[in-house]
Design a binder for this molecule. Structure first.
Ligand code: NAI
Length: 249
């Protein structure tokens, strides 16, 4: 049985986003891959098509609201609707707080926090307009509530994602739209390169059950499960996909 939904995935050119785009497509969804990395975003579309799935790429900078609005428009123009919005694009930087470059600080906030806000607002408005009882899923992190050195701006954004999820869920319930956050722990994608370089990776891995990095496919599976109608009771929640990272000392 296939879903035949339309799913938009930001950050779909790499890591968690690429695997989630593939997962949705394998389950029969039409997928809109959004990213500002055009080459790698088109590669995700190629991978989906090679498996017989349906997808398009839309070059998007999630930190710009007009880009995210036109992404949602493009999804509806192409496939007729939007059922799932996965606000996942993100960046990370490791810098001691007092040595923080302010431009870097602002760019992390612009992508990770404002990018998610843009996705919630643009997709929520469109779902409301079309009367679609969809689901908006936001990528948070265990770093939304646990502090680690050198990631001041990142923590700020992931904490914000958690509270924006709860706040939006409360209001969008009136339209039958769910808003949920998924919080990964330590996932093997390019974004953790800074941890590899700084030598912090081993202590991160040690907090994950089995002392190994989580694979992006595992997060994709979680996002997919949360997106299903069978998960209708999950709303405003932070679904941990961290293999115990935040649960054990
Ligand atoms: P990744 O680096 O593999 O993928 C991030 C994607 O976002 C890239 O394709 C990048 O081009 C895209 N992107 C960055 N800025 C963008 C912008 N302004 N507009 C559009 N696209 C943009 O990293 P990963 O791990 O797949 O990250 C996905 C999400 O998961 C991020 O929100 C990250 O914070 C979160 N996360 C990752 C964890 C990990 O251990 N890898 C742990 C917890 C959360």
């Amino acid at each position: 049985m296939t879903n035949e939904r339309v799913a938009v995935v930001t950050g779909g050119a790499s890591g968690i986003g690429r695997q989630t785009a593939l997962k949705f497509a394998r389950k029969g969804d039409q997928v809109v891959v959004a990213d500002f990395n055009e080459e790698a975003g088109n590669k995700t579309v190629e991978l989906i098509k090679a498996e017989g799935g349906e997808a398009i790429f839309v070059k998007t900078d999630v930190s710009k609201f007009e880009d995210v609005e036109s992404l949602v428009e493009k999804a509806v123009d192409t496939f007729g609707r939007i059922d799932v919005m996965f606000n996942n694009a993100g960046i990370g930087r490791i810098t001691p707080v007092l040595d923080q470059d302010l431009d870097d600080y602002h760019s992390v906030i612009n992508v990770n926090q404002h990018g998610v806000a843009h996705g919630i607002i643009a997709a929520g408005r469109k779902m409301r307009e079309l009367g679609i009882k969809g689901v908006i899923i936001n990528t948070a992190s265990v770093f939304g509530f646990l502090a680690s050195p050198g990631t001041f701006a990142y923590h700020a954004t992931k904490g914000a994602v958690i509270m924006m999820t709860k706040s939006a869920a409360l209001e969008l319930a009136a339209y039958g739209i769910r808003v949920v956050a998924v919080a990964p722990g330590a996932v093997d994608t390019p974004i953790i390169q800074g941890y590899k370089d700084s030598g912090q990776l081993d202590s991160m891995k040690a907090k994950v059950m089995g002392n190994k990095l989580t694979q992006p496919e595992q997060i994709a599976d979680t996002v997919y499960l949360v997106s299903l109608e069978e998960a209708s009771a999950i709303n405003g929640s932070v679904v941990m996909a961290d293999e115990g990272y935040a649960s054990f000392k």
